[in-house]
Design a protein around this ligand. Sequence first.
Ligand code: GZL
Ligand code: ZN
Length: 365
Amino acid sequence: MYKFTERREKEMRLQNRILKAGICLLAAVSLLTGCDKKSEMVPAETSPAPKPVVIGFSQLGAESDWRSANTQSMKTTFTAENGYQLIFEDGQQKQSNQIRAIRTFIQQDVDYIVLAPVTETGWDTVLQEAKDAGIPVILLDRQVDATDDSLFTCWVGSDFELEGRKVTEWLRQYTIRKGIDPSEIHIVNIQGTIGASAQIGRTKGLARAAEENGWELLAEVPGDFTQTKGREVMAELLNMYEDLNVVYCENDNEAFGAIEAIEAAGKKAGSDLQAGEIMVISFDGVKKEAMEYVYEDKISCIGECNPEQGAMVQEVIGKLERGETPEKFSYVQEGMLTHDDTVPEVMVGGKKYPVTVVTGEMIQE
Ligand code: GZL
Ligand code: ZN
């Protein structure tokens, strides 16, 4: 367990001593001043407001709708009314900014550090500094490949490779039910920020499925999880590969960009591969626009990625505050969204995952 528990206990002992000293002082004063009537002995409002739990949160950036929803989830959970002081730092997609933020949190002697790491490598030194300061680090969303996993207390996020396996299993089932031969699948991968857990897991999921199913994986290119880059690289890929008919975007913002490029090239984004449409597959399912694209059959399938992680982090911190040991890895629940009910569910690793067809009512909400 972290020294911080002793530190927190020391703080609480100190708070109790102050409280007791305050009451004794009050009793002594009232005795000296002879107002010994019980009624006047009632101590004034002596219990100080409980000290807020101070959390330093280093968010990696604001590159996507998913990220904004993730930040929002933390800000609406860790409010002053709920007994917290949240110090928020936006890393603007740069690890150096995040490392600087963590060092500032250490100087401010926060109670907890929450880190959503932009990429997996290069964190050992600063995580060691936090550990030496007795401040527990909770990882959010993406992971770090720390040499020693005692450098972080726990992690809350998604199983990215599973996300990739679910979506590619949907595609496999789709081609079987539509009578499309696997050799007819010519797929490109517009990857997320290279080195981010979400990119590593989703890329692995597709590469493995292409290998197993005999799909032609034409290219894997970074798209940085942004719409601009998604549009740029898709335009290039359409020029390079005449027979490209499926694009696997590692998040919705890239998919929005890819659809713009497909339409600018006079082609049609859609699920009807036999009619020459280009199938767009994506991840997140956060923004209403993504749901509309699925309803319009411009995105065929989205692997949901759940940004609402604030409550899970709050549960972890609650356990730590009580001196309990939380799970090392806590996974959020995620589904899948599709345009039609050709594939009603998928089986991955012996487990069944439901597939939700996006309806008109859903996009009215
Ligand atoms: C996934 C998260 C990814 C999202 C992208 O948990 O790390 O980063 O899928 C975001 O939208 O940019
Ligand atoms: Zn349709």
